[in-house]
Design a protein around this ligand. Sequence first.
Ligand SMILES: Cc1cc2nc3c(=O)[nH]c(=O)nc-3n(C[C@H](O)[C@H](O)[C@H](O)COP(=O)(O)O)c2cc1C
Length: 165
Amino acid sequence: MSIPLISALDYIPHPLVVVTAGDPENPKRRGGMAAAWVSRVSWSPPLVMVSIAPERFTLELIREFKEFAINVVSEDLERAVMDVFGTLSGRDTDKFARAGVGAVSAKKIKAPVIREAAVVIECKVLKEVEAGDHIMVVGEVIEAYRSGVEGPLLLWHRGSVTKLK
Ligand SMILES: Cc1cc2nc3c(=O)[nH]c(=O)nc-3n(C[C@H](O)[C@H](O)[C@H](O)COP(=O)(O)O)c2cc1C
């Protein structure tokens, strides 16, 4: 049975993370967005990619600072991810304050990271690849750590949030 091409892509399960960038000290120049189109791409060096629509404020910050962090979050942050980081624009909202989460400094890059994230992966931008209507930002992983927050992680599958136990 044939299915529409775009609907078929919904069957590929994705992580659901928050990609953050900017200056943690400056509420007007820090931000983050919910992202599902995120993947590892190389073992050595360890590379990841996030595919970002050109109009995202987070992409503007990534281009300015040349760094970003992937915040892997647990179910405690589901509402923050969906209602704030995945919906509002960082151009006119400090999403960290709005979501009631901490914006703390990353360890090796100048990006805010979410204090309540379960795992943080810090990246330096290696390259951008224009791909259709999105920009694939490829980053080299240079630091990673766990916060101690436990709980099922968020996944995005067939248009809704699901949990990874
Ligand atoms: C579940 C979910 C997944 C998303 N995944 C992506 C993604 O992979 N790439 C992207 O460009 N936008 C994605 N978005 C949309 C952005 O998170 C959203 O447009 C956000 O408000 C952008 O904020 P910004 O303009 O402050 O960067 C996703 C949104 C949701 C709710």
